[in-house]
Ligand binder design. Structure first.
Ligand code: SF4
Length: 749
């Protein structure tokens, strides 16, 4: 039997018309004096930093699709709410788009740049000309495009495709670039092409595909406002998708409840001041209604404990389960054998809090489960996703208003990157690498598709170290920051025969000396001719028009990949003879039918949402029998030796690996903060601000104690700095994602 309070029938616009003092944080106007971001100060800073090219910056903000996270916005408006959509992440990224070209000799003496961090390198300006550095040379010198492309083509041709790797990060890359790179790699016979989607949401892709038949968010942003309950699981949208807090405000104004499942109650999820809403900007908004302080790695056990409670209360949607799913009896049998006390011990959460979570979930008619890196960057990541899917399916929370599964994406290119086929384990459209699918793609593309096993991004690093890679082509990003164990990554980068970096600014990985290193300057998504598209978390393919600007001799990346492939495999050159970007989008629509409509997008605000507002609508799943699958994930508690701690990595004032500030305004902490519970600090005789050293099997991290509302026995340190603690050997078996967690001891310095 299910009981829930009915969905509110009035639209959310009615509810936000009147103030809600019960949601206010403080009477202090805009929370003055409290630890919180100063959004208006950030806007003034943006004007100052971009003052030399303000007009262009304004065009980017008002016409372009945001190159930040994957929430998705064109200009200053999105498709789920009426107001302004803008955040400080986007404002910070504006600098990439307005910066002038760097001096031709700026990288001529690499040793003199050693003191520069990422921000210092960005201040050198935009890459404008192809650059080359061979081992023994002090730095980079300018080469012609023709010479640069010849070096690449000759090196690839002199090697074999299995000894070449391609990695694309999601630095504002458009769907067109991912598609062109994926096609180019395969035209050269290269199977090992991977993208940043691997190190973010590969487990979501695997877990969702295996259970509900489709690897994407099932609902839309509209549903967030329409939902009765939002469960934020291992996710901090206040920091990583800031405008999501506006949706939470609108949802809460309507009466929605928010549960935060995370070792740490992130301040941005406890309360937030939404700058574009008068009430929230002045008084703030309380976000979290219940914090569930799960122990790192305890997510599967927690989900099982909640599910056991739902069963015992008769709060399962029997009709939905019977008509739309399979595997329930196996799951029920598994849960029946699990001891509740043991589950609580594994997840580290008190019974009373798990009861409250179950009570809340039982009391609502609709719920959305949102998760990100806290679930996916673990060695049991796919099981974590499956466990959340089980919870959602048990009450039919898929395919209808206000209900859904949402692996929220941190970058505007992650969803599209995988769907365009820039992925080692899938073809365009997310299709599996089967003989049948490869044959179909061969017929469309006109050349054979490599079938040998491809290497994922972390595997590529291992292969380089094992001497199995001659050429590594990388578009954007910084493997040195993104992957665990930076020393190992640096050794790999220096040992590959030819390394090619396609990017808009200089990064530390480019400066690692190698046999032969090429830097190719590329245009931003706004500068590339014909514009481009991105795919947001809600599966919305958003058009971003060309906003013309010339930076040195930088090229459009979608053309560049075609040029490289055409030089290596001239017989396939006609496969890359797109007249323009529009022609390319027409091909995407043909190869990836779900993207039909992309070819009609032409101006700011144009978008098409593949799959419509709800995937799996009315409980019909895109699986062979139309049913979703319950699975039986296994809780694997992490064995922590006495006196050691579970260390998780977190994000601060940054956008992925791009660090935007030395202090995180959301927590008031510096980048060396070690987040620790008061109880643990007391046991260790430590106080806030004490200098400590964390030591794992992989390395050491020096920091200062920050007392926080975090699960006992666990610590958090900021990523990518904390990568020194992370080993390269631990990864999720099924998805290949590295485990960005460590076990470490703490001692006073
Ligand atoms: S929330 Fe994300 S999509 Fe929206 S403006 Fe900020 S970075 Fe861009």
């Amino acid at each position: 039997m299910i009981s829930w309070r009915p969905l509110k029938v009035l639209p959310w616009r009615w509810h936000v018309r009147r103030p809600r003092p019960s949601l206010w944080v403080s009477w202090r106007p805009n929370g003055v004096g409290l630890v919180k971001p100063n959004h208006y100060g950030e806007m003034l800073r943006t004007i100052w930093v971009n003052r030399k090219n303000l007009r262009y910056g304004w065009k980017v903000l008002t016409k372009g699709a945001c190159d930040g996270c994957a929430l998705g916005v064109a200009g200053l408006h999105d498709w789920g709410q009426d107001g302004i959509h803008l955040c400080s992440t986007r404002l910070r990224l504006l600098e990439f788009n307005t910066a002038g070209v760097m001096k031709a000799d700026a990288l001529a003496d690499v040793a003199s740049l050693a003191h520069l961090n990422g921000a210092g390198l960005r201040e050198l300006g935009r890459l404008g000309y192809p650059l080359r550095r061979r081992r023994g040379e002090p730095g980079f010198s300018v080469v012609s495009w023709d010479d640069a492309l010849s070096v690449i083509a000759d090196s690839i041709s002199a090697s074999t495709p299995d000894r070449v790797g391609v990695y694309l990060t999601s630095r504002g890359l458009t769907n067109e670039v991912y598609y062109a790179a994926g096609k180019a790699a395969r035209a050269m016979g290269i199977a090992s092409i991977d993208s940043a989607a691997r190190v973010c949401h590969a487990p979501s892709t695997v877990g969702l595909k295996a259970t509900i038949g489709v690897a994407a968010t099932t609902c839309s942003m509209e549903d967030v406002i329409a939902s009765d309950l939002i469960v934020l699981w291992g996710s901090n949208p206040g920091a990583n998708q800031p405008v999501f807090t506006k949706y939470l405000y609108l949802a809460k104004a309507r009466g929605c409840r928010v549960v935060v499942v995370n070792p740490y109650l992130e301040p941005a999820l406890e309360r937030y001041w939404v700058p574009s809403n008068l009430e929230s900007a002045v008084f703030g908004t309380k976000i979290s209604d219940l914090h569930v302080p799960v122990r790192p790695g305890g997510d599967v056990a927690l989900a099982q404990a909640v599910l056991k409670r739902l069963i015992s209360r008769g709060a399962i949607d029997d009709k939905f389960i019977e008509e739309h799913t399979r595997g329930w009896s196996e799951l029920e049998a598994q849960l029946g054998e699990l001891d509740d006390e043991e589950l609580l011990r594994h997840c580290g959460v008190e019974a009373a809090i798990v009861d409250q979570f179950a009570d809340l979930y039982t009391s609502v008619g609709s719920a959305i489960f949102v998760w990100s890196m806290g679930i996916t960057q673990r060695s049991d990541a796919v099981d974590g996703v499956r466990a959340i899917v089980n919870l959602a399916l048990s009450r039919g929370m898929v395919g209808r208003e206000g209900a859904g599964l949402m692996p929220i994406r941190g970058h505007s290119g992650v969803q599209g990157g995988a769907e365009m086929g820039a992925y080692a384990t899938a073809l365009p459209g997310g299709r599996e690498l089967s003989d049948e699918n490869c044959a179909e793609l061969r017929d469309l593309w006109g050349f054979d598709i490599p079938r040998e096993p491809a290497r994922t991004a972390p595997e590529l690093v291992g292969a380089v170290l094992d001497g199995e890679v001659d050429v590594l082509l990388m578009s954007g990003g910084n493997m040195l920051d993104v992957l665990p164990d930076p020393d190992r990554v640096s050794t790999a980068l220096s040992s590959v025969g030819l390394r090619v970096h396609l990017d808009v600014v200089a990064t530390s990985q480019m400066l690692v000396e190698g046999e032969d290193v090429l830097i190719l300057p590329v245009r931003t998504r706004y500068e590339q001719e014909g514009g481009g598209t991105e795919t947001s978390t809600e599966r919305r393919i958003i058009f971003s028009p060309e906003i013309p600007r010339t930076v040195g001799a930088a090229k459009s990346e979608w053309r560049l990949w075609g040029e490289i492939a055409s030089r290596v495999a001239p017989a396939n050159a006609q496969c890359f003879s797109w007249r323009d970007n529009q022609h390319l989008r027409e091909e995407i629509a043909q190869v990836v039918p779900a993207y039909t409509g992309i070819e009609r997008l032409s101006t700011t605000g144009d978008s098409v949402q593949w799959g419509g507002r709800h995937l799996c609508a009315d409980g019909v799943f895109p699986t062979p029998d139309g049913r979703a699958s319950f699975t039986t994930p296994t809780a694997r508690p992490v064995d922590v030796p006495e006196g050691s701690f579970l260390v998780s990595t977190r994000r601060g004032k940054q956008f992925n690996s791009i660090v935007h500030g030395d202090r995180d305004p959301l927590t008031g902490t510096a980048r060396d903060a070690v987040f620790m519970s008061g109880v643990d600090a007391q046991h260790l005789g430590l106080s806030a601000g004490d200098a400590v050293t964390l030591e794992s099997a992989n390395g050491r991290f020096d920091g200062h104690v920050h007392i926080a509302d975090i699960a006992e026995g666990s610590l958090q340190v900021v990523w990518p700095e904390a990568n020194v603690l992370i080993g390269s050997e631990s990864a999720d078996r099924e998805s290949g994602i590295p485990d960005y967690n460590a076990i470490a001891t703490v001692r006073r310095r």
